[in-house]
Design a protein around this ligand. Structure first.
Ligand SMILES: [Zn+2]
Length: 463
């Protein structure tokens, strides 16, 4: 995520301990209502591992009504008597497990599903939920007071859900530690374009509607899913390096467009593929929509979503997230600097690559700009609080940490470390402790002091 205004308006699912299961036919139990994230105790769910979502969404921009059916294929990690799904705001009308109607109850944003028979540990099951309503955006201190989530636009909807808004439009295990693949089918009024993750499978008109099917074949965190709908000019092709590109731009922004989004996206995707390792997804691109109420852009998987025409720096940032955040995702939300510090540092690497300013000079400027008594230095990027997870220190002090690391271990080790990180945790989840361990292994240095100082100690570090 990249903030766009000057005002600055996450343990993996516990793998069921197998030694416990040795006591054969442990009685079925209820799956936990949360995945264990200290910032969001009820997000994600225990007792199963989401594997694939089939999302069917019909949206009527005129009324704002969404009608959906989600079929989740999951694997039980304990023998389940019941389990939870996360769903905010919308009404559930029917639930089926393995094709048979199942009982469900609701407690706020938690839907508890009780199948007719217990679901055995280690086995796949499907749960289908029919639901509907009028999704509203979330708002609060987390995303610096901006609306986020499902945001109505004059011609459709702009969907950008970090960190906790995916469950405002589909029932899910709404936490990045439970990644899955997706088929996303969107029904919208004829003439509108529906843009989502991965690759376009098909689109056709029938009656007064357009039906569009997208497929994300690589694991994806819930918050990175989108179903953005509106009038769009679409350009497709390939980067010079051969990666498919899909860029959708709201035509009302045509005249505001002084950035070649297609060209920059192509060049940056290719450059990061050299620096960070192979591009992790099947397609790159951009969604540029006219959504002034969203003061941010988001690294939607395979197609970052920009709420207006943004500058080159923002495109550089969101594309770096395809490696840092999307392919390698946080284990807990308090690891968020692994996303934002890295994407911000990527912006410094880009200006260095362009010959405009070295990353060292960018570091120096960011460091010097903040006096020692600035509250900026009180946020610990390696351990922010929930409501400061997107504070500027997570971005800028996170980036400073990487420059300090680079200067300590030297360029050869540093530029081995980045692709080693994206390779080791590709399509998975990782924590700050994992990063420190790898940095020490790759460099052969002991680095605790550096990370303690820059990530975990309040106050302005001395140079
Ligand atoms: Zn970001």
């Amino acid at each position: 995520m990249a903030l766009s205004r000057s005002a600055r308006l996450g343990v993996l699912v516990t793998t069921a301990a197998s030694f416990l299961a040795v006591a054969a036919s442990a009685p079925p139990t209820q799956g936990a209502p949360g995945i264990g994230d200290p910032y969001f105790p009820r997000l994600g769910n225990g007792g199963y591992d989401a594997r694939h979502y089939d999302l069917d969404v019909a949206y009527a921009p005129g009324t704002g009504r969404l009608d959906g059916r989600t079929t989740l294929t999951a694997r039980a990690t304990q023998t389940l008597a019941s389990f939870d799904l996360d769903l905010q705001q919308l009404e559930v009308t029917r639930v089926e497990v393995n094709g048979r109607r199942a009982e469900f109850t609701r407690d706020g944003d938690e839907i508890t599903v009780t199948p007719r028979r217990a679901l055995p540990e280690g086995r796949d099951f499907t749960v289908s939920v029919t639901y509907g309503g009028t999704p509203r955006p979330l708002n609060g201190p987390i995303v610096f007071g901006s609306d986020y989530g499902w945001m109505k636009t004059p011609d459709g909807v702009f969907v950008a859900c970090e960190p906790n808004a995916a469950s405002t439009w589909f029932p899910s295990s709404d936490h990045p530690a439970d990644k899955a693949t997706y088929d996303i089918r969107i029904k919208a009024p004829k003439g509108l374009t529906a843009v989502s993750n991965g690759r376009l499978v098909s689109t056709y008109d029938k009656g007064e509607s357009t039906y569009t099917h997208w497929r994300e074949s690589k694991p994806m965190a819930t918050y990175l899913a989108t179903a953005t709908i509106g009038e769009f000019d679409v350009r497709t092709g390939r980067t010079p390096g051969g990666i498919p590109v899909y860029v959708a731009i709201d035509p009302v922004l045509k005249n505001a467009n002084n950035v070649d989004v297609y060209g920059v996206t192509s060049a940056v995707t290719d450059y990061w593929s050299q620096v960070f390792g192979p591009y992790p997804f099947e397609e790159t691109g951009a969604i540029v929509d006219d959504m002034p109420q969203a003061g941010f852009s988001l690294e939607v998987q395979s197609k970052p979503a920009y709420s207006a025409v943004r500058g080159e720096g923002t495109i550089v940032h969101e594309l770096a997230h395809q490696w840092f955040g999307d392919s390698v995702s946080v284990a807990h939300w308090n690891d968020i600097w692994l996303n934002e510090g890295f994407a911000s540092y990527a912006q410094w690497l880009w200006t260095e690559h362009k010959g405009t300013r070295s990353a060292h000079d960018s570091f120096r400027a960011a460091y010097d700009a903040r006096p020692a008594d600035s509250t900026f230095w009180q946020v610990r990027p390696g351990a922010p609080e929930r409501d400061t997870m997107f504070a500027s220190a997570v971005y800028q002090r996170g980036a400073m940490t990487l420059q300090m690391l680079r200067e300590r271990i030297g360029d050869p080790a540093f530029f081995r470390l980045l692709p080693a990180w994206t390779r080791l945790h590709r399509y998975g989840n990782a924590s700050t402790a994992d990063f420190i361990r790898l940095a020490e292994r790759v460099s052969g240095r002991q680095l605790d002091d550096l990370f303690d100082t820059w990530l975990f100690t309040p106050g302005k570090p001395a140079l």
